[in-house]
Ligand binder design. Sequence first.
Ligand SMILES: Cc1cc2nc3c(=O)[nH]c(=O)nc-3n(C[C@H](O)[C@H](O)[C@H](O)COP(=O)(O)O)c2cc1C
Ligand SMILES: [Mn+2]
Length: 527
Amino acid sequence: MAYRDLREWIAALERAGELKRVTAEVDPILEITEITDRVSKAGRQASALPKMTAGGPALLFENIKGHPDAKVLINQFGSARRMNMALEVESLDEIAERLRQFMDVKSPQGLIEKIKMLPMLADLGKFFPKTVASGPCKEVVRKEKFSLLDFPILQCWPQDAGRFITLPCVITRDPKSGKRNVGMYRMQVYDERTAGMHWQRQKVGAEHYREMLRRAAGAKDESNQAQASVDIMARSSGGSMLAEGERPAGKMEVAAAIGTDPALTFSAIVPAPPDVEEFLIAGFLRQAPVELVKCETVDLEVPAQAEIVLEGYVNLDELRTEGPFGDHTGFYSLADEYPVFHLTCVTHRKNPIYATTIVGKPPMEDAWMGKAVERIFLPLMRLTIPELVDVNLPVEGVFHNLMIVSIRKSYPGQARKVMNAIWSLGQAMFTKVIVVVDEDVNVQDIGEVTLKALNHIDPERDIQFTLGPVDSLDHASRLPNFGSKMGIDATRKWPSEGFARPWPDEILMDEETKAAVDKKWKSLGIE
Ligand SMILES: Cc1cc2nc3c(=O)[nH]c(=O)nc-3n(C[C@H](O)[C@H](O)[C@H](O)COP(=O)(O)O)c2cc1C
Ligand SMILES: [Mn+2]
């Protein structure tokens, strides 16, 4: 049964011994980070997720300095077990398998097959969000007296520019298709009623914003909308957007839900195709529809069970410095210009629970969310890259820096084809280093990858450089958002790839000798 809301989820965590309530007073400024960081890294030994069993409990802080009635939930996804619990599976492969089954559907041949398909079609109906008249998120509606400062928002790290809302499900609507997007984009609190809107340039919220800009520009000069669009995009990409006065005026409505059921929160970070509504993904994950209610002051729908809903808009002609912010790379992401969210209304449950997370040096809570994405997306990646056997995004590779993939190689140059496919696959485009190995290498075993990949390469020959978009968080690229990437073809080289030398066999003992030694092992007196 799907968790109805954050509270049912918290209760389930508590029953499972996965939650610690903290009643001692804690400061949302830095102190909660230091506590949570220690808990996140508890029991950590080797660097090999997902075998790592570490990651301490979820924490519910009940005594927040300066916010006597508030509660803060953090680290809800911060272990393999909790990530599974969040999505109600024993193993994330179950979700991958469910997805695969959906993609596997072929046209039914005859009546029997049609009848067999019915349960699946009935299942489908459960995935679609449904709009309801009201919900708990409307228990308190604040249209006049409201402020972001009412909530126990953390300042995470010493050099952060201020307090940041780190786990908001940011909801926008595509002006073209009317489709809704939910993305997790942090929000820096500037004051009572404004916050930074940190959707990075390649994300869907940012594209909705640009479409609004295009329309606003086009409205001035309809005869030349394409030209206006090209101009705007060229000038507004990169570090500094359009100069003051060059931006067309207008507004884009935005809502943010904080503290939703875990499947919905998770769906906001999933790198889904832009046209797939995350509400539908959440429905698929929780196998029950997401319930939505209409906002009070904007034309958007928000999850009915959310703890807190922020309604508002961004101005098309307003940007403000956002950051720095201690990020999941382990470094501060640099300050940059981003749109500004203006709060028009707050609705919340009675005694709302503020859900948040911290990012920093891995592993942290987001490591487990990233690993879940890795598992769930494998079958989807295989749609484009059928030769893909397995994928590992080591946590220290912070998800965009390193991807190790194994492939079933069948033709010359295939490893490079795979790299190019990854670089053109949604948010995998950001991958700075791709290592491609043959299918006999276990990519989850970093030791084995190091041994085989480095043995198998002639660097000058086997490294492929390319240029393209890079993650906004990359602080080493030549320009913000644009830089180089590298693929390492660590597959065995073939004569048809110009490799003329013999290729050595891997050292393996024969079975007979192994059995003989097994038999006499005890008598050797070594152990
Ligand atoms: C804790 C956390 C914080 C994140 N913060 C941001 C952020 O501030 N800006 C951003 O563009 N992406 C951020 N992301 C990544 C996006 O949520 C992710 O790329 C998502 O797929 C974007 O959704 P979209 O494809 O609908 O744009 C964050 C992810 C996590 C797990
Ligand atoms: Mn999306």
